[in-house]
Design a protein around this ligand. Structure first.
Ligand code: ADP
Ligand code: GLC
Length: 475
């Protein structure tokens, strides 16, 4: 059995702000069938501490970045966990990164440095008699692990860092160098220095034995100035160890045939009831055109401002829009305004059950992201026969087969892609959507193709397992 320590700042279903949590939560089960035993190291947020069962203390730290801490081993939600019980860092209300007032916790650099430090400690010295062969970190929150491993002199552990979103670089000012317990000798371009500051992500990108990101297209994009966010040079430098491995979705949680949130269905015809139920729930009248749905964080990345721009076209065609999301206050406000139209429904907030009803009941799901490392909701859409209309970028490019005349003729199309990511291109995508929707047999075929497309972890889990084996084999 290959032993792997996964180090992450969120993990579904315990604590989630986005797709990172879904992936971290899904990997252990996905990899179990590939000879990998994975333990997941998480910060001891209140929700994680409350869920932890069969707890045993497997480590103690007198001064973990400003206070005493314990390392606990236990189970929660079917996951094998190591949890950092450090009340001075993690026993706080609010989200994993933000205080209740919506601002970043001022000590976030130290909080996640502590996560990385404990990850390195477990990889170097083991915990409760268990020691991993590979430390697999996720995003900037695990970035310093390679620096600390170097300090601990542990040369026999392999490291892998997965980039879920390069927009978050974990950057901070150089004055924090000592509170982050970094080796000042590594404050240079081959280490963790980034544009004159400190970046946890840069540290991991330079230090890890291998890097992955969550789709092949994003792996290519990361090496370009447009998508690299200042780290494209680093990515080009490390291109030989960079792999794009597509995310899968949780096929049990997202299965229209067994979903407890809806009247289950397994053919496109079954969507009729789901759509009627959704329209009734939202007070939307029957309509001639497609019901388009969105489930998303509201941020610049997601391109939702473009939806507002093209809304008149969507409505003129007899279409409808139902939105679930939260985030940027300006966007939230603009969507609330848009809901004045009787064919638009907007719910600001986070609601797991409602997200299932939306994705089941919609005819199409819109994902007009400016960049999208992988994206999960378009894959939920595929599984539920809810045709994805997506920007041609990152994982959206890799998971949807555009309904071009040729792809339609071949019977392989699963959705609609548009480029560039502009209101004009999105508008023409909605015109295409509308005409496909009104062409009954073609539309049913598109839905059926979408439902048949594999979106699980199979291939990707095998790719991770092979990568771990390669890494461990080279030591
Ligand atoms: P990102 O991680 O960039 O936000 P992904 O598409 O990878 O984008 O993952 C987003 C995840 O969060 C999906 O599981 C999606 O269903 C969920 N999600 C996003 N917004 C909401 C919301 N308002 N309510 C419920 N689930 C949401
Ligand atoms: C990030 C990305 C998203 C990806 C998710 C899981 O949040 O924005 O595209 O699906 O991570 O890898």
């Amino acid at each position: 059995m290959m032993q792997v320590l996964s180090v992450a700042s969120e993990c579904a279903p315990l604590v989630k702000t986005g797709g990172l949590a879904d992936v971290v939560g899904a990997l252990p089960a996905a990899l179990a069938g590939h000879g990998v035993r994975m333990r997941t190291l998480l910060p001891g947020y209140p929700a994680v501490m409350a869920a932890l069962l069969d707890t045993a203390e497997v480590g103690r730290f007198d001064d973990l970045f400003g206070g005493a801490a314990r390392l606990l081993q236990g189970q929660a939600a079917g996951l094998d966990l190591l949890v950092i019980d450090a009340p001075h860092l993690f026993a706080r209300s609010g989200g994993p990164y933000l205080a209740p007032d919506g601002r970043d916790w001022p000590d976030n650099p130290e909080r996640f440095a502590a996560l990385s430090w404990v990850g390195a400690h477990v990889a170097a010295h083991g915990a409760g008699g268990w020691r991993p062969q590979v430390l697999h970190g996720h995003d900037w929150q695990a970035g310093f692990a390679t620096e600390y491993l170097r300090q601990m002199g542990a040369r026999d552990v392999c490291t892998l860092l997965t980039i879920h979103n390069i927009a978050f670089t974990g950057s901070t000012d150089p004055w924090r160098l000592s509170s982050l317990r970094l080796d000042p000798g590594r404050f240079h371009s081959e280490g963790y220095e980034f544009w004159g500051g400190i970046s946890a992500l840069k540290a991991g990108l330079m230090g890890a034995d291998a890097l992955t990101t969550v789709s092949p297209s994003y792996a290519e994009e990361l090496m370009t100035p447009e998508f690299g966010m200042g780290l494209d040079g680093v990515m080009r430098h490390r291109r030989d160890v960079l792999h794009g491995i597509l995310n899968g979705i949780d096929e049990d949680a997202w299965n229209p045939a067994t979903d407890p949130a809806i009247t289950p269905y397994s053919t496109p015809a079954g969507k009729i009831a789901a759509k009627a139920a959704l329209q009734a729930e939202l007070g939307l009248p029957p309509a001639e055109g497609p019901l388009c749905v969105i489930v998303s964080r509201m941020s610049h990345q997601k391109g939702l401002d473009l939806i507002l721009e093209v809304l008149p076209t969507l409505l003129e065609q007899g279409g409808q829009l139902a939105v679930l999301g939260s985030g940027d206050p300006g966007l939230e406000q603009a969507f609330r305004h848009a809901a004045a139209d009787p064919n638009v429904a907007v719910r600001i907030g986070y609601d797991e059950g409602f997200s299932h009803r939306l994705i089941a009941g919609g005819d199409a799901i819109l994902v007009p992201s400016r960049f999208e490392p992988c994206g999960l909701t378009q894959m939920y859409g595929l599984r539920y026969g809810t045709v994805p209309v997506v920007a041609l970028t990152g994982g959206l490019a890799d998971t949807v087969i555009n309904a071009s005349p040729a792809a339609l003729a071949q019977g392989v199309a699963t959705g609609i892609q548009f480029a560039p990511v502009t209101a004009q291109a999105l508008r023409s995508a909605l015109v295409r959507l509308n005409s496909l929707y009104r062409d009954g047999p073609t539309w049913t075929q598109l839905q059926a193709n979408a439902m048949a497309q594999p979106v699980g972890w199979g291939q990707s889990a095998a790719a991770y397992a092979a990568l771990y084996a390669d890494l461990a084999g080279t030591r």
